[in-house]
Design a protein around this ligand. Structure first.
Ligand SMILES: CC(C)(COP(=O)(O)OP(=O)(O)OC[C@H]1O[C@@H](n2cnc3c(N)ncnc32)[C@H](O)[C@@H]1OP(=O)(O)O)[C@@H](O)C(=O)NCCC(=O)NCCS
Length: 404
């Protein structure tokens, strides 16, 4: 059950007299008490919450147990500690969290619902580092998640837990060693710019001018767009090549709201207000293209390099449309994103892991951009729980919305 009360962190009791070996049978992976969670939060604040005051960061972490996806036990906090030691007095040797998400797998045209767990906030307090505790925690966590909350919300999820995933900020080897294989991790970056939106819809890319002028998407429009997206994605998965397993995290409304409510908490604290524009859409129903986005802040107002407008998901409703029209719509959408990025003090607009088709459209739409292949940060990594080797899985829609 989520909670909005912010517990007081435990005082630092100093290092324990004895630190167990990372391979010791004395170590267990378990869930922390609220005060232990607050202690972990106080420790991770300098790393993940510098855009907020420490108190606000702890409040955000508590708030993030109450939002869609996380509420009703969807988020689990984990700690590696000593078996039998008293809660609130035991050492927290390493910590992380997992977030339950709905996922679908497809094989030979058959699409099945299941669960995926996103793993995040892997952390070892500096004085315990280099002793193998994070490694032990991950070695325990991978198999534990395989049987964790196998029923998705609402009782769907007949296929059980399909996979767990994480986004490594420490390169490709550490998590791979524990079974999370690195997948495609690149992005296209656009610069922020107020001027771009002023010329929205005009010039470049050819196409059907006026009809492709984008307009902003508000919160209330997300529900319908997510329904259409899910329907199209399921149909796409069913058509994927046979003899291979394809998996996607569902880009459902709750998955997007998790990002946006996190964003709202941040913008409320940083700017004193929340954004109205959650994305942009061009074209008529049935032939729309849209992008949904969220603003992420690590640097706050003093260090814009830590702030990014992340495109969570891009959808082209009708694949058969002339490319010129789709590119013109995309150009207009990017212009709105660039203007929002400037207004909301982010350093860039990022589109993660665009498909070859989307990359072609981005090139065609004529907006200056940079292609970045990442090798250290946000490396999308997956552990597959089915029979197939993880490396053989086709991760479909490996976009920012799946991040946590
Ligand atoms: C990453 C972290 C969790 C490792 O915790 P730990 O308990 O010291 O981990 P272990 O002792 O089990 O393993 C250490 C391994 O992690 C690797 N590692 C630690 N920090 C790393 C970094 N920034 N980049 C690459 N590898 C790193 C070490 O090289 C070491 O590898 P080795 O065994 O080949 O020497 C810890 O350093 C930490 O909390 N860092 C800050 C938060 C963070 O970056 N978390 C990861 C987010 S994806």
């Amino acid at each position: 059950m989520g909670s909005t009360t912010t517990p007081t962190p435990l005082p630092d009791a100093g290092p324990p007299a004895f630190l167990p070996d990372a391979a010791s049978p004395l170590l267990i992976l378990t869930t922390p008490t609220p005060a232990e969670r607050a202690r972990t939060g106080a420790l991770t604040h300098p790393m993940w919450g510098p855009a907020l005051a420490a108190r606000d960061y702890l409040a955000r972490e508590a708030y993030l147990t109450t939002v869609p996806l996380a509420r009703d036990g969807g988020i689990t906090h984990w700690v590696l500690t000593v078996r039998g030691a008293a809660p609130d007095a035991r050492p927290l040797l390493s910590s992380c969290e997992s977030l339950r998400k709905r996922a679908v797998r497809a094989r030979d045209g058959r699409v099945e619902d299941g669960v995926a767990h996103g793993v995040a906030s892997v952390f070892t307090e500096p004085r315990y580092r280099g002793r193998g505790y994070a490694s032990r925690m991950m070695a325990e966590l991978g198999p534990r998640l395989r049987g964790w909350q196998a029923q998705a919300r609402g009782g769907e999820g007949q296929a059980g837990v399909l996979c767990s995933l994480l986004y490594s900020d420490i390169g490709k080897t550490f998590y791979a060693r524990h079974g999370w294989a690195p997948f495609a991790s690149c992005h296209v970056a656009f610069r922020p710019g107020r001027d771009a939106a002023a010329g929205n819809g005009a010039g470049g890319g050819g196409g059907n001018g006026e009809a492709q002028v984008a307009r902003p998407i508000g919160y209330h429009e997300l529900a319908e767009l997510c329904c259409v997206d899910e329907r199209l994605l399921r149909a796409d998965l069913a058509r994927r090549p046979k003899g291979k397993t394809h998996v996607a995290i569902l880009p459902e409304l709750d998955a997007l709201l998790w990002h946006m409510m996190r964003e709202d908490f941040m913008t409320k604290h940083i700017f004193g207000r929340t954004p109205d524009v959650r994305g942009a859409v061009a074209g008529e129903p049935g032939k729309r293209i849209w992008a949904v986005w969220t603003r992420g802040y690590y640097g706050g107002l003093n260090k814009l390099e830590g702030n990014t407008l992340h495109v969570l998901r891009v959808v082209v409703e009708d694949d058969e449309q002339p490319e010129e029209d789709v590119a013109a719509g995309l150009r207009s959408i990017v212009h709105i994103a660039q203007a929002e990025a400037a207004e909301w003090k982010t350093q860039d607009v990022q589109v993660w892991n665009p498909t070859p088709k989307l990359r072609g459209l981005i090139d065609k739409c004529g907006v200056e951009h940079e292609f970045v292949a990442r090798d250290k940060d946000s490396i999308a990594s997956l552990m597959w729980y089915g029979e197939e080797p993880t490396a053989e899985i086709d991760w479909v829609a490996n976009e920012k919305y799946a991040w946590c």
